[in-house]
Design a protein around this ligand. Structure first.
Ligand SMILES: Nc1ncnc2c1ncn2[C@@H]1O[C@H](COP(=O)(O)OP(=O)(O)OP(=O)(O)O)[C@@H](O)[C@H]1O
Ligand SMILES: CC(=O)N[C@H]1[C@@H]2OC[C@@H](O2)[C@@H](O)[C@@H]1O[C@H](C)C(=O)O
Length: 378
């Protein structure tokens, strides 16, 4: 019998909502349908405004965005179900990551904040919703991120091949999967994924990203500049570690060099190289035995970035698609999987990855009373 879950992911790139309908029958992971709902320019700029470290937005604006995103997530679910022609009642639960607006795992009172009210998702869709995955791990003294390594382990680990999964979203993170299934999994955020490149091309060409890396490729990499940027303490810190766009931002670039005294395309090429080399250095340092790298996340579409990664690593670098899941779908499928873990009373974090004291059951469950009447939230 099918065992259907929905995963909702809206990542740090702020491009929109990924919704995946996944069947876990017989413990397999099978993507049934996928839907993407882009954010409007208005939503994008409000989220950007709320997420700024120095943001002084009103509580009213914050609360309204939480509610508006809850509705948008529900809309994505309903569009997904209509596309798949599957009734609501067939879906066991939704796993909603929410929109990260601030991630601060290393301050005195650590927190990670994702918004998009799950009460609204449950009420509007009529499907039990699991949300707020990161804060339980932080409560257990973990980083709250990355959470996807447990899923990577479940679907990509191979007994005859030491693999490393590299997700290149706004931020990049790796999961090291040794052949030995009982060996410890390593995983952490390596630093910027597409975020610095996206910010730079937005500033100079008013484009959301450098399509296929074409603009960056016209520039010349400044290796001295990359060496300078690589000295940032984040790259040299030992895991567990996680980061966000609050840290890797335009001010981060400006603190290191006078960016406007360089040719804009040379800076783009250098930021692309920085992204590639910090990923490769992380793999070489923490997973020297890696035999194959599988790439997921939007960075797969940046040909120049992929070229630079392949040039700086000895093993084959391939798309996750050849190994079962399209790179653009991996994170949404992972949140369907994490919701299933929670619904089955199983932990979702890998404590060796996040640094939590224990494996914990992640998220809050917003239940729906299937017999009708009001859903019960807890
Ligand atoms: N054709 C393309 N060429 C170059 N880059 C692309 C292309 N398509 C997508 N991207 C990059 O992928 C990004 C989106 O990636 P993705 O959806 O994996 O990020 P995310 O899930 O929002 O981030 P995170 O994993 O950090 O939460 C875009 O912002 C862009 O930089
Ligand atoms: C706080 C937050 O939203 N972190 C994201 C971000 O995007 C990539 C990287 O930084 C990763 O740590 C995480 O996302 C994935 C889904 C994770 O938790 O594994």
């Amino acid at each position: 019998m099918p065992e259907l879950y929905i995963g909702l992911m809206s990542g740090t790139s702020l491009d929109g909502i990924d919704a995946a309908l996944v069947d876990f029958q017989d413990n397999e992971t099978h993507l049934v349908e996928f839907e993407y709902l882009p954010y409007s320019d208005e939503i994008q700029s409000t989220i950007q405004k709320i997420s700024k470290p120095e943001s002084l937005i009103s509580l009213k604006e914050y609360g309204a965005m939480d509610a508006q995103l809850g509705r948008l997530f529900a809309k994505a679910v309903n569009a997904l179900l209509a596309k798949a022609a599957i009734p609501t009642s067939s879906v066991k639960a939704i796993g909603s990551h929410g929109q990260t607006i601030y991630h601060a795992p290393d301050i005195r009172f650590p927190f990670s904040l994702q918004i998009g009210d799950p009460n609204i998702i449950a009420e509007t869709t009529g499907i039990t919703t699991v949300a707020d995955f990161r804060r339980r791990d932080i409560a257990a003294k973990g980083q709250g991120a990355p959470l996807v390594p447990a899923f990577h382990q479940a679907v990509f680990q191979h007994p005859n091949e030491h693999r490393c999964i590299v997700n290149i979203g706004g931020i990049a993170n790796i999961t090291v999967l040794p052949r030995n299934q009982s060996a410890e999994v390593i995983g952490f955020d390596t630093g910027p994924g597409n975020t610095l490149m996206d910010l730079w091309i937005k500033l100079h060409r008013n484009l959301p990203y450098d399509k296929n890396g074409a603009w960056g490729k016209t520039g010349k990499i400044d290796h001295d500049l990359v060496t300078l940027l690589k000295q940032d303490a984040y790259f040299n810190a030992a895991p567990p570690k996680s980061t966000g766009k609050e840290y890797f931002s335009l001010p981060w670039i400006y603190q290191y060099f006078d960016a406007f005294s360089y040719k804009a395309e040379d800076v783009q090429a250098s930021l692309c190289f920085l992204t590639a080399i910090t990923i490769c250095d992380a793999v070489k340092k923490h997973a020297p035995a890696t035999e194959r790298i599988l790439i997921c996340g939007g960075g797969i579409h940046n040909d120049y970035l992929l070229e630079l990664i392949q040039q700086n690593i000895d093993c084959p670098v391939e798309s996750a698609e050849r190994y079962g899941i399209h790179p653009d779908h991996v994170e949404a499928v992972a949140f369907a999987w994490l919701a299933r873990q929670t619904m089955n009373n199983l932990p979702g974090n890998l404590k060796e990855v996040t640094g939590a004291l224990d494996s914990v059951i992640l998220g809050g469950i917003y239940q729906v009373n299937k017999k009708g009447g009001s859903p019960v939230a807890r």
